[in-house]
Design a protein around this ligand. Structure first.
Ligand code: LER
Ligand code: MN
Length: 282
């Protein structure tokens, strides 16, 4: 198992310097960091490469689509902008030797619509992802579609949706990205949810029910770890705290009252907890 951390734990805005915390995170014992590619056109690829190399850290990458860059859209301009955004993110992930691009890759993040209205858009998204899988394969970057809760998307909330998406796309380069925070809202039982995903599971965000430090809230991480061990998952456990309230990222993730004042303490305590749970679980 590799232990990672989402770099937005430490910063206020998606455009802030995400590189500065990396040295401290390496010293804590993280194997890698997750780069949020929210502005892929302005991502400092050279700096990312050199910092990863200097610190001997691995990378994963994540992004989300936007209302004006959206592969569910029937507007060709908006649809193309969505495809271009995903292609750019795949290219960055490839350059960083990240074998994964996760996140909300299938629809605009934070937008909900009645499910009756998304049928066509869902088909368009699935068809587009199937086409993009070829590029993902050429780059050696798997795409993990993050199941997020009902208040952040209408497209892909839980494992029943995941089964439908996986059957429709049916490509080994495209799988599911699981987040314990979202699953805590959407699933009945986290272990069973993970078992049902099986080999489709490509990535995990390890996160408490209130986005606080893992182990301080209600998520049953032992059940999560049992499920992961049972399916032979051996990729990433990536901490995603979004510790800071009242900032751009806090606003985007609806963190109005942070349970974690010190993101570095969250990173350290969260990592120790994740490792302990992983080691204790048979
Ligand atoms: C959003 O709620 C989330 O969990 C992040 O991983 C963004 O994709
Ligand atoms: Mn997540």
């Amino acid at each position: 198992m590799k232990f990672g951390i989402h770099l937005s734990t430490m910063v206020h805005a998606w455009s802030d310097d995400h590189f500065a915390p990396m040295e401290r995170l390496k010293a804590m014992g993280y194997d890698g960091v997750e780069f949020p590619l929210m502005d892929p056109e302005n991502f400092d690829l050279m700096r990312a490469k050199s910092e990863l190399k200097r610190l001997n850290l691995l990378a994963t990458c994540g992004t989300g689509l936007l209302p004006h860059a959206d592969i569910t859209s029937k507007d060709p301009v908006v649809h193309k902008a969505g495809v271009d955004r995903l292609l750019r993110c795949l290219q960055i992930a490839h350059e960083l030797e990240s074998d994964l691009l996760g996140g909300v890759l299938y629809a605009p993040w934070g937008v909900t619509r009645p499910r009756m209205e998304i049928i066509e858009g869902k088909k368009r998204s699935q068809e587009t992802l199937r086409q993009l899988a070829e590029k993902a394969k050429a780059y050696g970057v798997k795409m993990g579609l993050e199941m997020i809760n009902r208040y952040e998307t209408s497209y892909l909330n839980h494992t029943e949706d995941a089964a439908e998406w996986m059957a429709a796309i049916n490509d080994p380069m495209i799988g599911i990205h699981y987040d314990t925070f979202h699953a805590n809202i959407e699933e009945t039982n986290q272990k069973e949810a993970i078992l049902s995903l099986g080999q489709h599971l490509f990535h995990v965000h390890f996160c408490e029910n209130n986005r606080g430090i893992p182990g301080t809230g209600q998520v049953d991480f032992s059940s999560v770890a049992e499920g992961l061990k049972e399916i032979g998952y051996d990729r990433w456990l990536t901490l995603e705290n979004f510790a800071l309230a009242d900032c751009q990222i806090g606003n985007d993730c609806a963190i109005w009252n942070s349970k974690t004042q010190d993101p570095y303490q969250a990173a350290e305590q969260g990592l120790q907890y994740a490792k302990k749970i992983w080691e204790e679980t048979k």
